[in-house]
Design a protein. Structure first.
Length: 324
């Protein structure tokens, strides 16, 4: 396979390295040949490199002259690729190089996936390190394994493996877009032993609800700064300046959705109703001030319930819950 498809493409260093990498079979979990290619690149250019036990490799590229004191930048890409092919294509992803095609507008592959994800990222790091016109501080070219089928390379990365504190991940979804952060996911389970106590005799039950919020996906929409009904309900309850008890509290529906509604059944002395209403009114005003641009339909309602409740949460549990 000749490198004809990339002939004349600029930047030449980028395309040359992408082409070379595309000639090396590199399915996820079988990246050994690609890692050897990275080693070979380092040896050829007299760069030191380190490897960890899962198969990640980092190449240490010295700074341009005069930039030795600049902070180290990590350029990270993954060496594995998604291996798919059209029906009728004869290709062995464990042995065969990818056949590149230049359509005049795009570089594509002949009946298979191209591996630009993330071959182009790895190649970009290699190109920058060799480009004499690129002025940079110390670089670490971090090539990780197995992004596509489990992220085991990145997950097993040990903190001391790289020194740089700034990392540019070279694997992105959008052309020309530069992301300065990303959403992540973390589940936290808080487990409380439910302890109950008796309802105070003179107390009546009310349903307190926070509704009308937009919600959205907790990853994609988190940047919209939308209100979170659970937090609002917690803040509101913490601001109540009367004695009250909580019989029930709930909010949200999915772990990856911004909560749109939350509600509590609280009990207090009906004599304090005006005080409670005043707190709610002020709370709505201040919350709307904060959220009117993104969540203008924020609503808080208080409704008297015609039920008798025998038990409520114990006071110390109530305090702990509201402190969350
Ligand atoms: Zn990728």
């Amino acid at each position: 396979m000749s490198s004809k498809a990339i002939e004349g493409l600029k930047p030449a260093l980028l395309w040359q390295h992408f082409y070379e990498l595309s000639q090396i079979p590199r399915p996820s979990k079988r990246e050994e040949k690609a890692v050897e290619f990275v080693r070979e690149y380092a040896r050829r250019n007299n760069f030191k490199f380190d490897e960890d036990k899962v198969g990640n490799i980092v190449i240490h590229v010295p700074a341009s002259k005069g930039k030795e004191k600049s902070p180290t930048i990590v350029l990270q890409g993954h060496v594995d690729m998604v291996c798919e092919m059209n029906k009728g294509t004869k290709h062995d992803f464990d042995k065969d190089p990818i056949k590149l095609i230049n359509t005049g507008e795009w570089i594509t592959a002949d009946g298979t996936t191209l591996g630009a994800d993330n071959g182009i990222g790895v190649a970009a790091g290699m190109a920058v390190a060799l480009d004499k016109s690129a002025v940079h501080g110390p670089l670490e070219l971090l090539c990780t394994i197995d992004e596509e089928t489990g992220m085991t390379g990145v997950n097993e990365l040990q903190p001391k493996f790289i020194k740089g504190k700034t990392l540019l991940n070279m694997d992105s979804e959008e052309d020309g877009a530069f992301y300065v952060g990303c959403s992540g996911g973390q589940d936290t389970a808080g487990i409380f032993n439910l302890e109950y106590t008796r309802t105070r005799k003179n107390f009546a039950a009310y349903e307190l609800m926070v509704t009308g919020l937009k919600g959205g996906h907790s990853g994609l929409d988190i940047i919209q700064q939308r209100a979170n009904s659970i937090k609002l309900l917690g803040q509101l309850l913490s601001q109540l300046n009367v004695n009250f008890q909580i019989a029930k509290i709930s909010g949200g529906s999915l772990r990856n959705a911004i909560p749109r509604e939350a509600e509590a059944v609280i009990l207090f002395d009906p004599k304090d109703l005006l005080k409670v209403k005043k707190v709610i009114k002020n709370f709505i005003a201040s919350s709307l001030l904060e959220y009117k641009a993104v969540d203008p339909k924020l609503t808080v309602t208080l409704k008297k319930l015609r039920i008798k409740l025998a038990r409520v949460l114990k006071l110390n549990l109530q305090i702990r819950l509201l402190m969350l």
